[in-house]
Design a protein around this ligand. Sequence first.
Ligand SMILES: Cc1cc2nc3c(=O)[nH]c(=O)nc-3n(C[C@H](O)[C@H](O)[C@H](O)COP(=O)(O)OP(=O)(O)OC[C@H]3O[C@@H](n4cnc5c(N)ncnc54)[C@H](O)[C@@H]3O)c2cc1C
Length: 528
Amino acid sequence: MTFELSALPTQRADLIERLKAPHTYDIAIIGGGATGLGVALDAAARGFSVVLVDSHDFAKGTSSRATKLVHGGVRYLAQGNISLVREALHERTRLLANAPHLAQPLPFVMPSYKFWEAPFYGVGLKMYDALAGKAGLGATEFLSRAETLRDLPTVREKGLKGGVKYWDGQFDDARLALALARSAARAGALLVNYCAATGLIHEAGKVVGLQLTDQESGQALTVRAKCVVNAAGVWVDQLRVLDGQAIGHEARPMVAPSQGVHIVVDRGFLPTDHALLVPKTADGRVLFAVPWLGKTILGTTDTPRNDLAREPMAFREELDFILGEAGRYLSRAPAPADIRSIWVGLRPLVKPPDDDGDRTQALSREHTVLVSKSGLVTVTGGKWTTYRAMAEDVLDNCFARNLLPQRPGGVTASLLLVGAQSSGHRISDAPGLHLYGSDAARVLALPGSDRELGGGLTEAMVRFAARYEYARTVEDVLARRSRLLFLDAALAKSLAGAVAGLLEEEGQAAPRLADFLTLADQYLTLPS
Ligand SMILES: Cc1cc2nc3c(=O)[nH]c(=O)nc-3n(C[C@H](O)[C@H](O)[C@H](O)COP(=O)(O)OP(=O)(O)OC[C@H]3O[C@@H](n4cnc5c(N)ncnc54)[C@H](O)[C@@H]3O)c2cc1C
């Protein structure tokens, strides 16, 4: 399938007009993170009519807060979950091929300080290679002490025996989400951010549409659809409860949120294009140090929490863990004053299926698809890497329940995403025009392409974000079109006023500058 490659404008007034037009869509999707956007693209590419709404910005939830790894999941291999790892390894290859400007191979090195570590982990990683087969990115290698220091120049030298190098991938998660949104739009889908699903419409016990609230104007809207997909991440239960109330059937919560914290420090702490993996920290956890967009990401944690905050705060213990373990493995230990940004994401961990009468169908233990008695299709769990396979699973469930007429799958397996074009740059390089892939020329043609605001962000990029990438607020630009909030919150704060001015010039009357300044402070605040 081929699509017109020119960039589609994303003027909000036009999107809202289209949303208001009476129409029964084949599929309406709640949630514009990796999961919902993946379903939107797959369904639109199969020729279904698609509408997707997000209450906030696309990827404002978990999908902009990942460790940025496109991976098979070495950890799942240790748990013996072979089919899951194989699926993820194959999806890894597809993602790298379909969005080469945003996702690329990355070598990982595990340093070893005990004589048994390298052979022990090396054998597991050789299995990882074998499972990848032709989808492999490079062979696992045993490294001498000198080779380990070549690849990880600042790793702690004392007691270092050698290491093991293996290959996975890395990506820019929020920009990939936007590429998915724009690719779905290119295939005919209507996507609207800042538009919340506030209710479900039921008729004769079946869900037939959504009640929506335009978060900018406060206006109430409705859309009708043959099939409604709830891809609201950790927030899926809120919709499931509404669905249960409407049909007199209590829906028990399926998500147990767990938070993951990352901190970002300067690249000087790990000046290399290799990631560092500690498979077992002092208390048995995993720690990554990943070169990303000119900085180094350290993380992550896995802490249960009961609330569903949009911007959760890190706990002190999590910060101490990351800084403490990084300090054990790096020659220069990062201190709190070195932190450029702290960000927190919520994992939608799925509880074991309950007995509330919902039908559970899961391709893998990683993600879950539930179809309620009313026909509400809920999908959650899984990981970014497997978003495409998850979307196929969702559509298979829609077909199995006769919510949609069956159409052949596999259409996204080699579908290039908007912008797909290699530039020769690495994801670990400082941000710049190369992240726009084949859209770079379009950005360059806009006013201000030679005026850099800072951190690789030009005036033209802000205009491009407003015109073609659904950006509405200063946060949309500085957190997800550019990633400066995640990379260096103080720098992002210093550019916020200029970004607000440009968004106003582009016709956005309320770019919410004050909200962004408060948020940037949170990304700089150390937990007490
Ligand atoms: C710390 C951490 C690290 C991770 N690292 C990796 C990694 O390196 N690699 C990897 O492959 N995976 C990783 N993952 C997993 C991956 O990030 C998630 O699986 C994925 O982002 C989940 O996407 P989602 O679309 O289901 O949820 P979300 O991204 O949270 O999207 C849900 C969306 O629904 C919207 N929404 C909610 N309620 C409503 C409503 N009523 N109306 C409209 N919209 C609504 C929200 O605004 C949100 O945008 C990580 C996860 C965490 C937490």
